[in-house]
Design a protein around this ligand. Structure first.
Ligand SMILES: *Cc1c(COP(=O)(O)O)cnc(C)c1O
Length: 397
């Protein structure tokens, strides 16, 4: 019995050479086997010229890293187990006790919570700035500022900032800038080159959203063109053990070829529904950066107008006469739009938000009345989605 048991584990296997197929093979490993002790001692995980341990990369994760770097116009990519883990990886790599990070008022909420609780406990301070007022960012940069987060458009409220101007301010001050580039997905604009010589140092992307496209994978990436910055990120990545699973990498590699087609389809359907909702008497304001009258529309047009790209997200503010409970009832009445966080998958999603509670009271930059609902448009037939919205709006009568 012992012989077949051992033979089964040590069964000869050589990865196939000369096996060409549209999709790359999937390699799974925690352990990587070395031919001898000298090779084990000589191998350096920091260089991508060899493999040391699953956490530091496999042929599958290296392939995905190269493709995400290509998508975003960067040079290096590091993968993390979620978009939020990628954000945390950046913070942990670049900030230490006594440092300060600046975060936009409309940033992805958990980024602010990370700063408010974890970073604060490590003696790292943060300030919230008004992303629609570059002078406010400029004024808040001080000697301890080591990192500035940018996001375009703002999470939930969809204001599109003047990204080139914000990036120029960071660069002139010698402060590292990191963009949460989940909405742009590497398709709406290039984070490292805004076309006027400006760009950010790091692009963080929740691959959970459009690159996955299935609503079934959590992953994040950190892309840069800067060798030294990449090494810093990578060292922290190794020390905290932010590895990703090979099955998840495989799902991403499978989804990437259709990314641009899906992004465009989400975008076209979202604009059609946004246009329709804007004309409804129940709606006080549409928040969608590609629409005239939406905050920062001209900045969107300057950066993304040529690509005419705008993802599949928008928010609306209902007329003040509707109570939050009535707006909740509208959301509950939807059948195709499901209640759920995240976006980028085939299923349309909706979430009502209490914006004032999410904003800095000190900045007072949110003056809107009325309840906000954020829509993520999936890949269903747009006429079915419109009928769903129309039916649900009837509950407001
Ligand atoms: C979803 C999201 C994240 C976080 O991604 P997870 O993979 O869910 O952790 C970060 N930023 C933005 C803008 C997001 O929408």
């Amino acid at each position: 019995m012992s012989k077949p048991v051992t033979d089964l584990i040590h069964h000869a296997y050589v990865p196939p050479a000369g096996f060409a197929a549209p999709q790359p093979g999937v390699f799974k490993a925690s352990t990587v086997i070395f031919p001898n002790v000298a090779a084990l001692r000589a191998r350096n995980w920091k260089n991508k010229d060899g493999y040391t341990y699953g956490l530091h990369g496999t042929p599958t994760t290296f392939t995905l890293e190269e493709r995400i770097a290509t998508l975003e116009g960067g040079k290096h990519c590091s993968l993390a187990p979620s978009g939020l883990a990628a954000i945390a990886n950046v913070a942990m790599a670049l900030l230490k006790t006594g440092d300060e990070v600046l975060i936009p008022d409309n940033a992805y909420g958990p980024n602010k919570a990370l700063a408010d609780v974890e970073l604060r406990a490590w003696g790292i301070t943060h300030q919230i700035y008004d992303p629609m007022n570059p002078a406010d960012l400029q004024a808040r940069i001080g000697p301890n500022t080591k990192l500035v987060w940018l996001e375009a458009p703002g999470s939930v409220t969809m204001e599109f900032p003047d990204l080139p101007e914000l990036a120029r301010i960071c660069r002139a001050a010698g402060v590292t800038s990191a963009l949460d580039n989940t909405w742009g997905a590497g398709l709406a604009f290039c984070a490292f080159d805004f076309g006027d010589g400006s760009g950010v140092d790091l692009s963080v992307h929740a691959l959970t959203k459009y690159p996955s496209g299935g609503g079934d994978v959590l992953m994040g990436s950190i892309v840069t063109r800067d060798d030294a910055l990449h090494l810093k990120i990578k060292l922290t990545h190794m020390r905290v053990g932010f590895g990703i699973g090979a099955n998840d990498a495989e799902a991403l590699l499978r989804s990437l070829p259709s990314l641009a087609l899906r992004y465009r389809a989400h975008d076209v359907a979202a604009r059609e529904l946004a246009q329709w909702l804007q004309s409804r008497p129940e709606v006080a304001q549409l928040l969608h950066p590609a629409f005239d009258g939406s905050p920062g529309h001209r900045h969107w047009r300057a950066l993304c107008g040529q690509q005419d790209a705008a993802a599949g997200l928008f928010s609306v503010i209902f007329q003040e006469r509707y109570t939050p409970a009535q707006v909740d009832a509208f959301c509950d009445a939807l059948t195709l739009f499901k209640l759920g966080y995240s976006w980028g998958g085939p299923v349309s999603l909706v979430v009502p938000y209490e914006v004032p509670a999410m904003r800095s009271a000190r900045l007072g930059s949110w003056t809107q009345k009325g309840t906000l609902v954020r829509f993520s448009v999936g890949l269903e037939a747009v006429e079915d989605l419109r009928a769903d919205l129309e039916r649900a709006l009837a509950v407001l009568q």
